[in-house]
Design a protein around this ligand. Structure first.
Ligand code: KG4
Ligand code: ZN
Length: 350
């Protein structure tokens, strides 16, 4: 157990995290000691190839995959980490937002395991998992207040994070989430699901200044996000340039230009919100932060604005159970009691 080398095992609480809100079945073991966490083990069963032929997540298929994979992953996780069930101190599970049927698989499993082992079950808001994931593997511990930027397939949020459970939404999207828009635009470009990473690959070979695509609420000081306009603009643009659609260089320029429009918007509004709110820390997370270009833009912008930047580790930007286990571990260490709602909540707000 890697954690035992740096943590005193007697004072450590071991948390099992379970994530099943969408199309990734995630399990993780996280050790917590004095409010610091360490990853003991983590496994992920991605369903990308299962859903790819349909161009998006099919809930019915996702439920079956979660039900099949979850017990197998948990057994493998404990085996590979050489941890016995009796060493576990708590169970953390995503209770929303997400697909109701998918959330139910994780919740039923966590509830049953908690009852069988006599352990507390900590319901975690998926968005809260993302929000604090920039502090996973960070040298410094979490310090409040900070400005949180969560950019995923379902959400685009700027939030003032003043303490545990004290989150004030400063901005969210009025239509598509940024990741959702990238996924839809990728489809227009003939790229497979999920589209964000595919656009990033294609964009790497293109010129971000080749074309100018309109941005929703382009003024940085208007913190509202809107990404459906750029999607529509790309659709019309591709229709107008139908004869060039077979040209890989043209497609790379389109990908680079539209990606730049989306990512710069995110970056500029986050920096404006940070300056306006007097924040000294920006913590960025969610699947879209796996994008190297966005990471670079934020790093350059924060450096210039003398803003401390924390970004979730690349491998932990997209959905995972490490962030779920860690959020529960941190909150529990901060004295917050474990609680799990009677039912899952697909629309659970941050
Ligand atoms: O956080 P996440 O795994 O799931 C949700 O909570 O929604 O985010 C998934 C989103 C998808 O829209 C996906 O296209 C996007 O994150 N994404 C990316 C990249 N990797 C994943 N977007 C841009 N660049 C990437 N490298
Ligand atoms: Zn997510």
């Amino acid at each position: 157990m890697a954690a035992s080398t740096r943590m005193d095992r007697r004072k450590t609480t071991l948390w099992l995290g379970i994530e099943s809100s969408c199309d990734e079945t995630g399990v993780a073991l996280v050790a917590e000691q004095a409010g610091r966490t360490q990853i003991v083990g983590a496994l992920l069963a991605s369903q990308v190839y299962r859903h790819r032929p349909y161009g998006g997540v099919v809930p019915e298929l996702a439920v079956r995959e979660h039900s099949r994979n979850l017990p197998l992953l948990v057994a493998r996780l404990f085996r590979e980490a050489s941890i016995a069930l009796r060493e576990l101190g708590g169970i953390a599970v995503t209770e929303g937002p997400g697909l109701a049927s998918c959330l139910l698989v994780g919740n039923a499993y966590a509830r049953a395991m908690g009852a069988a082992l006599g352990l507390p079950v900590f319901g975690v808001n998926h968005l809260e998992g993302h929000l604090f994931s920039p502090f996973l593997e960070a040298e410094e511990s979490i310090s409040f207040p900070f400005l949180g930027l969560v950019v995923s397939g379902g959400h685009t949020i700027l939030a003032s994070v003043e303490g545990w459970n004290r989150y004030r939404i400063l901005s969210s999207t009025s239509d598509d989430a940024a990741g959702e828009a990238l996924d839809k635009i990728a489809r227009l470009l003939g790229l497979p699901y999920p589209g964000g990473p595919e656009i990033e690959k294609l964009a790497a070979r293109g010129n971000p200044k080749a074309f100018r695509f309109p941005r929703g609420f382009p003024e940085a000081r208007d913190l509202r996000f809107s990404f459906s306009g750029v999607k529509t603009a790309v659709r019309y643009f591709l229709e107008k340039h139908a004869e060039e659609r077979g040209d890989p260089a043209f497609l790379a320029d389109v990908a680079a230009s539209l990606q730049e429009a989306v990512l710069r918007t995110l970056c500029e509004k986050a920096l404006w919100a940070a300056a306006g709110g007097g924040f000294r820390i920006l913590a960025a997370s969610g699947g879209v932060l796996a994008n190297q270009r966005l990471r670079e833009l934020l790093e350059a912008g924060c450096h210039h604005a003398r803003l401390a930047l924390h970004i979730a580790p690349s491998a932990l930007c997209t959905d995972n159970a490490v962030m779920i286990a860690s959020a529960a571990a941190w909150k529990s260490a901060a004295g917050l009691p474990a609680s799990l709602g009677e039912d899952v909540d697909p629309g659970l707000p941050l």
